[in-house]
Design a binder for this molecule. Structure first.
Ligand SMILES: C[S@@+](CC[C@H](N)C(=O)[O-])C[C@H]1O[C@@H](n2cnc3c(N)ncnc32)[C@H](O)[C@@H]1O
Length: 231
């Protein structure tokens, strides 16, 4: 049988042998790379959009075309949803999905073009000064970077992981590569955050999820657990 082109091809069979060392290395180091101008501008636009909003904010990181951002906006009508992606080409398709979902322009969702490596750091500062109340973060089908040598490009093994966690520890990650989630789970554990992994069920909520399920692949989700909670 011919393999689906989107199926994960990797020379890594389990959790990367260097993962613990990498996560521990970044645990106490500061990511000092300057913030890119375009991300600062997008972040400023997000700050302006939220204004004095004191309610819940949900981040849809790596939102692609922002289909999941729209799903989240319907699931959480009392929250403001911020979708973030670096791809202009994908974000340009967002309005098409919005029209399909028949959502109006003055609703509770916006997508922003930005590099999350910088956007997460900017958001973490906002959270620190209690300006934003990020109640949940979704990271649906991040690029898996499945080659062993690419491990540090995965979010949980990158210097951005600390800022990601500082924004909100209520995190949902989806992937068609179980090892990605197992690594994410271990990285969380090293930061004292518990999580569980299960198979994704229900209607697909992103284009990538749709493609994977239509080609017969299993999709997985990791959800963090609050202390003493099995939410
Ligand atoms: C595999 S796609 C998944 C898109 C969408 N979540 C879905 O499931 O259809 C991964 C997305 O992550 C985005 N991405 C990768 N690195 C990023 C970064 N540093 N900052 C923002 N977005 C990034 C890519 O542009 C791409 O749209």
């Amino acid at each position: 049988m011919e393999k689906s082109p989107r199926e994960i091809t990797t020379n890594q069979t389990g959790i990367h042998e260097d993962l613990v060392d990498i996560v521990n290395k970044y645990k106490h180091s500061q990511f000092k790379k300057p913030i890119a101008q375009h991300t600062q501008e997008s972040f400023d636009a997000a700050v302006e959009w939220l204004g004095n909003w004191q309610g819940d904010v949900i981040i849809d990181a790596c939102c692609g075309v922002g289909e999941s951002s729209l799903v989240l906006s319907q699931r959480y009508p009392n929250a403001k949803i911020i979708g973030v992606d670096k791809s202009v080409a994908r974000l340009d398709k967002h309005s098409h999905y919005k029209q399909q979902a028949k959502q109006s322009v003055d609703d509770n969702v916006r997508v922003f073009q930005a590099d999350l490596n910088d956007f997460w750091r900017l958001m973490a500062e906002q959270v620190k000064v209690a300006k934003w109340n990020i109640s949940k973060q979704c990271v649906f089908y991040p690029n898996p970077y499945p080659k062993k040598a690419q491990v540090q490009k995965r979010w949980h093994a990158s210097p951005s992981f600390i800022a990601l966690l500082a924004c909100s520890k209520n995190i949902e990650v989806r992937s068609n590569w179980l090892v990605y989630l197992q690594e994410f789970q271990l990285a969380l554990e090293l930061q004292g955050v518990k999580s569980e992994i299960a198979e994704v069920s229900g209607e697909p909520i992103t284009p990538f999820e749709r493609k994977y399920t239509e080609s017969g692949q299993t999709c997985w989700e990791l959800q963090t657990l609050a202390d003493g909670d099995d939410r």
